[in-house]
Design a protein around this ligand. Structure first.
Ligand SMILES: *[C@@H]1O[C@H](CO)[C@@H](O)[C@H](O)[C@H]1NC(C)=O
Length: 388
């Protein structure tokens, strides 16, 4: 056995004459190493270590993998501790890496992602003919399929499409040709803010310049998404929504469509509603049915969404906290506008209770959530005690 190691040592590990110099260097270091090991073994009660173990300390192993070397010297505490100390020193620990990934070499880390659909074959860099720059999500039930089908046409191939399904009906959407390029996420009876919190994490959607988080009951006959974004960029809007047709059921003055302007950022409400300087709902305000966020604004808003307050009521009044100069950077686009059909589809997903219709319980919860959100915000800003 010992003879075998020595043979390995003598037989050149390399075959080419071109690297003869290196070969000689290796031979020298192997000889030194073997000598060193022998010396130590003799110094440290040699008989305690069976000779058979030594055959595993192959010289080539030593060069390839120090771990094998350490494993077979395990019966010598002195050597083991020395080896491990050396190992600690070479361990990667980069405090500036993302939390939990400090052991990784920084250049391998991908801390952000996208929702690009890829192929199972070919080269990765050929997967995408277009890298979508924008993302649109709709929270949908199958009953609204025709409206969604019409809406999707208003979003170019520059959009990643995400559908959040609250009614457990997904496969039926395959009747639409575009359905294959959409991402379908299904969870029973959840709201769009519930989905957005869980599936549109800012690190996951970091590739998109703008993110649309929309309801399913919008009429987009007078809307084109690319044209809309031209306005958003031109007017520097971080958070926006398309104006809502005048004839739609009640909306805030701020979101009502105006003629002959591209964008507006302020409105007059009923007496007592507008403060000075103007604040929501009279400025720095859009509603939650059809908001559009820049990447940076969404990163902030995502953090403000509460895990348990699924309806998101009150969020619209707080959006401005996420934008510096909110008065200038939150606005309503008039030149691309929508019709709010007010189909209470998610309300039907509520539960009838002691003689009350399903929608009544849902509406009640919406109002309660709004109150809770307001008091949490006030508490967080140290303006009051939290008494819920
Ligand atoms: C998609 O984006 C590219 C690059 O900005 C643009 O040239 C193209 O016109 C867009 N597509 C549509 C349909 O607007």
């Amino acid at each position: 056995m010992l003879q075998k190691i020595l043979n390995t040592t003598m037989v050149s590990p390399t075959k080419s004459v071109n690297i003869k110099v290196r070969k000689d260097a290796i031979k020298t270091s192997i000889a030194l190493f073997v000598g060193l090991v022998f010396g130590v073994f003799i110094g440290l009660s040699f008989p305690a270590l069976p000779l058979t173990k030594m055959n595993l300390i192959s010289s080539t192993d030593h060069h390839k993998s120090p771990r094998i070397y350490s494993r077979h010297l395990r019966s010598h505490g002195h050597w083991i501790s020395k080896f491990h100390k050396h190992n600690e020193n070479t361990k990667i620990w980069i405090p500036t890496n993302p939390r939990g990934a400090e052991r990784l070499p920084p250049r391998i880390i991908e801390s952000q992602s996208d929702l690009y659909l890829r192929r199972l074959w070919g080269l990765p860099h050929h997967d995408l003919s277009i890298e979508p720059k924008y993302l649109v999500s709709f929270t949908v039930g199958y009953d609204q399929r025709n409206n969604i089908h019409d809406s999707i046409k208003k979003f170019s191939e520059n959009f990643t499409i995400v559908l959040f399904h609250y009614d457990d009906r997904i496969s039926e959407w395959n009747q639409f040709e575009w359905s294959k390029r959409a991402i379908h996420i299904s969870a029973s009876k959840q709201t769009k803010w519930w989905y957005a919190k869980r599936f549109l994490h800012p690190d996951i959607v970091a590739s998109y310049d703008y993110i649309f988080i929309w309801d399913e009951d919008l009429g987009l006959e007078h809307f084109d998404a690319e044209e809309y974004l031209k306005m958003v960029k031109k007017h520097g809007l971080e958070i926006s929504q398309p104006a809502v047709d005048q004839s739609s059921s009640y909306t805030w003055q701020m979101t009502k469509k105006r003629d002959n302007v591209e964008v507006h950022k302020e409105a007059e409400e009923k007496d007592g509603w507008c403060s000075s300087p103007p604040a929501p709902p009279c400025a720095a305000f859009v509603e939650i049915m059809a908001p559009v966020f820049s990447r940076d604004a969404w990163r902030c808003v995502w953090h403000m969404i509460q895990n348990d307050l699924v309806h998101g009521w009150g969020l619209d009044f707080a959006l401005r906290k996420c934008v510096e100069s909110a008065h200038d950077k939150i606005g309503v686009v008039d030149s691309q506008w929508i019709i709010h059909k007010s189909i209470p589809s998610l309300n039907k997903q509520g539960q009838a209770d002691s003689g009350r219709e399903p929608w009544e319980g849902v509406r009640e919860r919406c109002h309660e959530e709004w109150e809770m959100f307001k008091s949490r915000m006030a508490y967080a800003e140290n303006k009051m005690k939290l008494d819920i």
